[in-house]
Design a protein around this ligand. Structure first.
Ligand SMILES: Cc1cc2nc3c(=O)[nH]c(=O)nc-3n(C[C@H](O)[C@H](O)[C@H](O)COP(=O)(O)O)c2cc1C
Length: 394
């Protein structure tokens, strides 16, 4: 039985923002920004998620600049998007939910074919998934990206978003600076953790300056990269503390490195066949179908698979820590709240059924029937994210 104290269906506060409940749809890349534009499908997708009962929905991956994209159907922030993004936030608000948007940069795994140049990264690095080598950012490029993050956050606020989520995890650019696996710099941005933090902290401060006090800044970050030589929990705990001091309103404790351990952040099946079919280049398609099992490692799925690590963050910061990873049941959410987390972010269960939250609230269901087949990952590159199992009538 859920006590009222640990009920997901009570209001919660994120900085100055009050959410109707404790459940946030996590950023799940929609694949609905063809040519970088906001489509009606994207707006409808989030309206539908909002209608399904979440407290807040998160529009996934908005690049802070043209050169931070991995796909042609990813948006990059610019003033002409604001009117359409306003339509999106208004549609979400009408359904009683708040709207957040995830801002980031792909760094070394940006797609050279889409961005028309060599990708930027912390240090020179080969990317297996792109078959490309990035260049190490110089100080002027670092300063430019800090400004890009700040400008993007300002535009997001103008578009009516209630919160912004900085992507500093999953091996995206900020995470590439934090990770010893990708950052081999010998200047003030590399080496010690203090140096590796310098760029991400400057980004957070610039975003805070752009959106003002009281506006919720969530930061999605790693408790660990998920492999030897990457960021590990001991350093991640220090990163969490530094992010709080720099102006974060809440931390989303995630994990994984998109260009090395892409399934670590979600666990479960690796949909190699579907992923290979979506590769536009024949060499990658061949590589993925022949070596997919080697390229994309499999990790066992457990409910609440990040709880132990996320609790380490909870112990060292006083801002809300948002739990993410393997939330499938109502009792999971109540348990997480009973451990002191203020909110949960939920991905696949809301892809499987956008009404998941509403149905739990009404008592119609107590659990999601998502089976972690993870074919939704491949669907986002094939016209827009959806639950493939549900579309098959299962
Ligand atoms: C189809 C799909 C797309 C995703 N896209 C993103 C993304 O754009 N940004 C991000 O931070 N995480 C992304 N994720 C990861 C989820 O937000 C979440 O961290 C992960 O799935 C674990 O949560 P879950 O067990 O509730 O699904 C994606 C996950 C899925 C399944």
């Amino acid at each position: 039985m859920t006590s009222l104290e640990n009920s997901p269906f009570t209001k919660g506060k994120l900085a100055n923002l009050t959410l109707r409940n404790r459940i946030i749809r996590s950023g799940c890349f929609e694949g609905m920004c063809q040519e970088g534009k906001i489509t009606d499908a994207l707006i409808e997708h989030h309206r539908r998620v909002a209608q399904g009962g979440v407290g807040m929905t998160t529009v996934a991956y908005c690049s802070v600049s043209y050169d931070g994209r991995a796909f042609g159907h990813e948006m990059w922030m610019r003033p002409e998007l604001i009117p359409d993004l306003k339509r999106l936030t208004e549609a979400v608000h009408k359904e009683g939910a708040a709207a957040s948007i995830q801002i980031g940069h792909c760094g070394f795994f940006s797609n050279p074919k889409e961005i028309g140049r060599r990708p930027l990264g912390a240090s020179v690095k080969f990317c297996l998934f792109r078959l490309s080598i990035c260049e190490a950012m110089d100080e002027a490029q670092i300063a430019e990206k800090i400004e890009d993050f700040g400008r993007t956050a300002e535009q997001v606020k103008l578009a009516g978003f209630d919160a912004v989520e900085i992507h500093a995890g999953h091996g995206y650019l900020l995470s590439q600076f934090l990770s010893p696996w990708t950052n081999h710099r010998s200047d003030q941005y590399g080496g010690s953790l203090e140096n590796r933090l310098r760029f991400p902290l400057a980004v957070i401060r610039r975003v805070r300056q752009g959106v003002g006090e009281g506006f919720p800044i969530l930061i999605k970050m790693n408790v660990s990269d998920g492999f030897k030589g990457g960021l590990e929990i001991e350093e991640a705990v220090e990163v969490a503390k530094a992010f709080e001091t720099a102006g974060a309103s809440a931390l989303v404790a995630s994990c994984g490195f998109t260009a090395k351990t892409p399934i670590f952040m979600m666990r479960g099946n690796v949909p190699v066949k579907e992923m290979a079919a979506n590769q536009s280049e024949w060499l990658l398609r061949l590589g993925m179908s022949m070596f997919g099992w080697f390229m994309v490692q499999r990790y066992r799925f457990d409910r609440l698979f990040l709880l132990k690590e996320a609790l380490r963050f909870k112990n060292v910061v006083s801002i809300p820590v948002i739990y993410i990873g393997g939330v499938l049941r109502l009792e999971d959410i109540s348990y997480v709240l009973s451990r002191g987390f203020e909110f949960v972010e939920v991905g696949r269960a809301t892809v499987r059924d956008p009404d998941f939250v509403k149905k739990m609230e009404s008592g119609e269901v107590v659990a999601s029937d998502c089976d972690q087949c993870n074919r939704c990952i491949a669907s986002m590159d094939a016209g827009g994210v959806y639950c493939v199992t549900a579309s098959e009538g299962n």
